[in-house]
Write a protein that binds this ligand. Sequence first.
Ligand code: KG4
Ligand code: ZN
Length: 344
Amino acid sequence: QAQAIILGIETSCDETAAAVVMRDESGHGTIRSNVIRSQLDEHAAFGGVVPELAARAHVEWLDHIIAQAIDEAGIALEDVDAIAATAGPGLIGGVLVGLTTAKALAASLGKRLIAVNHLEGHALTARLTDGVAFPYLMLLVSGGHSQFVLVRGVGDYERWGGTIDDALGEAFDKVAKLLSLGPPGGPAVEQAAKMGDPRRFKFPRPLLREERLDFSFSGLKTAVRLQAEALAPLTDQDVADIAASFQDTVAAIVETRSRQALDRFSRAFPGQEMRLVVAGGVAANRRIAAALENLCREAGAQLVVPPIVLCTDNGAMVAWAGAERLALGAESDLDVAARPRWPL
Ligand code: KG4
Ligand code: ZN
């Protein structure tokens, strides 16, 4: 396989991102640049991402972000071999901005276009950062997704469970909101929890006794809300104790589910080293990461948590997924459609 230079474009949520990644003959990847512009400020006043505002900000910024990514990589646009862009799942307005830009660049430069599934970008990142071999188990925990995916190969995925209501990051964001913390919610809850007593409140752990790999966080969120209402007005200590109790409950849920998922992995691949790869913004949470480190140590599994800028949405993961697909001869037509929903 020849060396390839890929431009990756990510616009499916509230990050406008572009990156240049190089894949060498042996399949080893190098990030040449990774530029991300977060829209946190645009959406702050609305308590959540406003799709129309997001799409407009992508339109305004994407060209600059791409130019910067090319510049920081020390190459010219003509040097790229292919352009990869997220084609879904995500907010359709934003996805269209990125995908249409990628199509225009591919057409005008005469380069290949590769439409990338955003979730595949998350799933393959650990191969870029750590060269992880197939098969492995991925736990994706972000603002939009909470799921286990068995990654057998490029394009060969099996969903082993997901959330039946809120995503984990979403649960953090909602709990933050009702405690008047953040945005961003997740880091604010983690920060508040540092001062809190995690044993003060006992919150429910839905589904935990069932032998299924699904998550459910809405009952937990409701319990947190009822507790907050019962105590109102909340002191700083109340807020810290609720945050800590919530976070510990979540960590226990994630740890238990991950243990079950690793069990299933070892049954599916007897004798194969177990590997757990974590992706998504919630991977930044130290309490949850510690629970997973503990679990993997006990279970004898390898735990891979890529650097946090590559766990959250970014262009490098899209470029890398494009590179892996390109190496297998994949290419998308210029009329490939954006897909707001697109399961792996
Ligand atoms: O992957 P990501 O950047 O965006 C997508 O949703 O795709 O994930 C963002 C989510 C948010 O819900 C945020 O609250 C959560 O990740 N998050 C955290 C932490 N940092 C970010 N949740 C808990 N603890 C954190 N330290
Ligand atoms: Zn994502």
